[in-house]
Design a protein around this ligand. Structure first.
Ligand code: ASP
Length: 608
């Protein structure tokens, strides 16, 4: 029998009662989490988002009520009225907060029934993810998901509070807009009243936030959804949430301080006191030391050991004398078996110009002097794994010098990044042995934050055979590199910065161009004609001409931050209603075809 609440009021949540409440009356409302039938005694665990409480129905003291409770099934929604009783010492359940008490039932209302769910929130073994996403409302009832969403809420609130108390206004920007400059594919929304015209969903509020600076708002933030139609890549979402901010008149350090502030607040809500300011490293250093623009500093940096070899050595090894020879060191790996050693080569995915020496013992035997120096230079200890990556002697496959400052040329870059990827693969493979990825409760060890600065302004786009903006085209070049815009684009540094944590990019930002003449030069350097620039960003170029203050900002991925703090292994664990890697929402079944009528109204015809 289903029941309405009538005048029944919930007095306690299901996770709130303690031994001190013994003797009190309580009305609990929630789901039937579990039912155990011992003949005369029926135990029902009732659950809401705060926890579970055990309810006891005793046939001897109340046969009618006991019989009614017999109808209860998993996930029925009930109201239970009863008296709180301390459990006998031998029945105390230390695993739950309410484990010292139980509710002796005196009344029961079945507020709603439930079909047998495809899986239960209390199940210890999870169904496959497709099932979880299809029945997301059941999945979200699980304690782990309730915790993740709660954490997400707390982190969001901490960030909002921090930014608001530092003078930032939260300002909304449109979702139905026009193409923005982040460089991914847009999601388009067709206009009915202007057939053939489309809105684009924003890849970020980039231009709006810059316009807000032109509009005098000085400090803006928004925790905002962004939409990017990217090809399938692991752990990306078609729509995701950014902590987006922009300020007028900042030096990069000012933006960094704000980010360090709100991240400290966010991490604090999850129980971690992180240390600020974060370390800083130029892009060039990051490439040289870690072979990556998002270094994972939980393991030692790489070392260039080229100078430990004689020219004859290099010839014997058939490696290039002009390119770096990089030693990768992974601590505490211990002696490798032959089989383990053989597994390293296939992990090395370098295209073309680099090669790997995975048998350091042999190398040491053949080149004892170099071997000893390498161990010393890389700071290796007894149990450490040393692998070398070098440029191979053949001429490099592609000759362009694109996208890099003079210090790290394209071919060097290929060696460094090949080594960087191998370093990460080895680090993953031997994670158990080096233990550096395990958290130990010390934030300085667990969370290695870093600002990567001085990115190259341009990247060489092989496909289009042209220079492309490495960040986005509104990023300001370094003041000292302005004169190289035309003559040597590869050498131009951008006032762009990334916030990196444990090898993951949390976000990126930049100081922007605030002058129309420089903006025009950048478009020109990017091979954009005046007309093209006007037609894509005309409104913005015009706005720049009406007294634009210097400004800059950043955007950080909220989903990723929550994922890290929840110690979840996928973004989908911290987004209430996520999409699959193919951008499908399995619960509502989107996207779907639409009716002919709708298409006709929009003037759209689908090619069969
Ligand atoms: N709009 C940029 C992005 O989404 C971030 C920024 O430059 O503030 O990556």
């Amino acid at each position: 029998m289903l029941d309405f609440l009538g005048d029944l009021r919930r007095t306690h949540t299901c996770g709130a009662l303690r031994a001190a409440d013994a003797g009190q009356n309580a009305v609990l409302m929630g789901w039937v989490n579990r039912r155990r039938d011992f003949g005369n005694l029926l135990f029902i665990d009732i659950r809401d988002r705060t926890g579970v409480t055990q309810i006891v129905f005793d046939r001897e003291s109340n046969p009618g009520l006991h019989e009614k409770a017999g109808e209860l099934r998993n996930e029925y929604v009930i109201a239970a009225i009863g008296t709180v009783k301390k459990r006998d010492a031998n029945t105390i359940n230390k695993n739950i907060a309410t484990g010292e008490i139980e509710l002796i039932a005196q009344g029961l209302r079945i507020l709603n029934e439930s079909k047998q769910p495809p899986f239960l929130p209390g199940d210890t073994v999870l169904p496959n993810e497709e099932m979880r996403l299809k029945y997301r409302y059941i999945d979200l009832r699980r304690e782990a998901m309730q915790r993740n969403i709660e954490l997400r809420h707390k982190i969001t609130m901490a960030i909002r509070d921090y930014l608001s108390s530092h003078g930032f206004f939260e300002i909304e920007t449109p979702f139905m807009t026009r193409s923005t400059p982040e460089g991914a594919r847009d999601y388009l929304v067709p206009s009915r009243v202007q057939p053939g015209s489309f809105y684009a969903l924003p890849q970020s509020p980039q231009l709006f936030k810059q316009i807000l600076m032109i509009s005098g708002f000085d400090k803006y933030f928004q925790i905002v959804r962004c939409f990017r139609d990217e090809d399938f890549r692991a752990d990306r979402q078609a729509e995701f949430t950014q902590i987006d901010l922009e300020m007028s008149y900042p030096q990069p350090e000012v933006v960094w301080r704000i980010v360090e502030g709100f991240l400290s607040a966010a991490f604090k809500t999850a129980g971690h006191e992180i240390k600020t300011p974060f370390l800083r490293m130029t892009y060039d250093e990051a490439i040289r030391l870690y072979g990556s623009d998002k270094p994972d500093m939980r393991l030692p940096a790489m070392t260039d050991v080229r100078d430990t070899f004689t020219p004859e050595n290099l010839q014997t090894l058939a490696v290039s004398a002009k390119l770096p020879i990089v030693a990768i060191r992974i601590p505490k790996v211990g002696e490798l078996s032959r089989k383990e050693r053989d597994e390293i080569k296939p992990m090395f995915t370098a295209k073309g110009a680099a090669k790997v020496f995975e048998d350091f013992k042999r190398l040491e035997k053949n080149f004892p002097e170099a071997g000893a120096k390498i161990l010393q230079k890389s700071g290796a200890e007894n149990e450490d794994l040393i692998v070398l990556v070098a440029g191979d002697g053949r001429p490099a496959a592609h000759e362009s010098e694109g996208g890099l400052k003079p210090e790290v040329k394209q071919h060097d870059h290929a060696v460094y990044t090949a080594a960087g990827l191998l370093r990460l693969a080895l680090a993953q493979k031997y994670a158990e042995r080096h233990g550096a990825f395990k958290r130990n409760g010390n934030p300085a060890h667990d969370f290695r934050f870093l600002w990567v600065t001085d990115f190259p302004m341009f990247e060489w786009d092989e496909e289009g055979q042209r220079w492309a903006a490495a960040h986005h085209p509104f990023t300001s070049p370094h003041e000292h590199d302005m004169d190289k815009l035309e003559s040597d684009p590869a050498a131009v540094r951008a006032l762009a910065y990334d916030c990196v944590l444990n090898g993951t990019e949390l976000g990126s930002g930049s100081i922007r161009i605030h002058r129309q003449d420089i903006q025009r030069k950048i478009f020109h350097a990017l091979g954009m004609t005046e007309e093209e620039a006007r037609s894509r960003f005309g409104f913005f170029l015009e706005a720049l001409e009406y007294g634009t203050p210097p400004h800059g900002g950043i955007a950080l991925g909220l989903d990723r931050i929550v994922m890290i703090l929840a110690e979840a292994d996928s973004l989908r664990e911290v987004i209430p209603f996520p999409k699959t890697a193919r951008a499908v929402d399995l619960m509502v079944d989107a996207p779907t075809p639409v009716s002919e009528t709708q298409l006709r109204e929009l003037g759209i015809q689908i090619k069969k």
